[in-house]
Design a protein around this ligand. Structure first.
Ligand code: NAD
Length: 253
């Protein structure tokens, strides 16, 4: 068991990558705190974890665009568990997708920055307060391959690029407390939100186009991301910090 007796928080735990991560953590012995803005996905994941003999963690609902929700969530974790070993900050998404450059709005841009970048910074800050005290922690943030630039996701790419820079910066500050900070930068991962937004025809066209360009010949699956998060959360990755790992099947090499 690679996460035996560890306490882990997964934000975005009701989503596809977050739920796959929470389940992998539980399979490896962690007690998982599931957080999302909505309850239904988390409840399903918690039931599945317990049904498979995993430890019964808990659900904490929080809107990560609200600082108060984030602070309350970490206070509750401190109160209920007394420690936090792992933070997987996965909540996020693109709320200004496929908008023409000249149509960027301040409102949607702000939301993209808040839900992706600001939420990551605030979750890391609150997690670090607990982890610094215990001199142990593993933080895994969610960037995206769009950090390299995207011709369709301008403000999302900017927010994920911010996560790239912040992850490296946080690693510099927190290493002395035995806290590692890393991030994933996935290319296209097959998830419900993208499939539902595009509809079957457009999804298949996108998937096939990406698969033809990615050297590994396929798009990613949530489990690919979950396995990388698990590795970075484990003690096998103790000497890895400040890294933003491209999970891309070789895309854009
Ligand atoms: N799917 C991909 O191709 C891909 C690629 C690169 C990065 N990512 C990133 O991976 C992460 C997970 O995305 P996913 O693809 O699993 O999509 P998803 O929509 O299934 O998961 C995102 C989760 O975040 C939650 N969330 C959204 N806004 C929130 C808020 N304000 N407060 C709390 N929770 C909130 C959603 O409810 C959802 O459960 C996101 O950060 C996304 O940007 C995804």
């Amino acid at each position: 068991m690679r996460l035996k007796d560890k306490i882990a928080l997964v934000t975005g735990a009701g989503g596809d990558i977050g739920s796959a991560t929470a389940k992998r953590f539980a399979e490896e012995g962690a007690t998982v705190i599931l957080s999302d803005i909505k309850a239904d996905g988390c409840e399903k994941v918690l039931q599945e974890i317990v049904g498979k003999g995993g430890k019964k963690g808990s659900i904490i609902l929080a809107d990560v665009t609200k600082e108060e929700d984030i602070v309350n969530m970490f206070n509750r974790i401190k109160q209920d568990y007394g420690r936090l070993d792992i933070l997987a900050a996965i909540a996020g998404g693109d709320f200004e997708n496929n908008v023409a450059f000249e149509d960027i709005t301040s409102e949607k841009m702000s939301y993209n920055i808040d839900v992706n970048l600001k939420s990551t910074i605030l979750c890391c800050r609150e997690a670090a307060k607990i982890m610094m005290e215990q001199q142990y922690g593993k933080i895994i943030n969610m960037s995206s391959l769009t950090y390299r630039g995207s011709s369709m996701q301008f403000t999302y790419a900017a927010s994920k690029g911010g996560i790239f820079a912040f992850t490296r910066s946080a690693a510099m500050a927190l290493g002395m407390y035995n806290i590692t900070v890393n991030a994933l930068a996935p290319a296209l991962i097959e998830v419900g939100i993208i499939k539902n937004t595009l509809g079957p025809e457009m999804w298949e066209a996108l998937r096939d186009d990406c698969a033809s360009r990615y050297p590994m010949g396929r798009v990613g699956q949530p489990i690919d991301a979950a396995n990388l998060v698990l590795f970075l959360a484990s003690d096998e990755a103790s000497f890895i910090t400040g890294q933003v790992i491209e999970l891309s099947g070789g895309a854009r090499l």
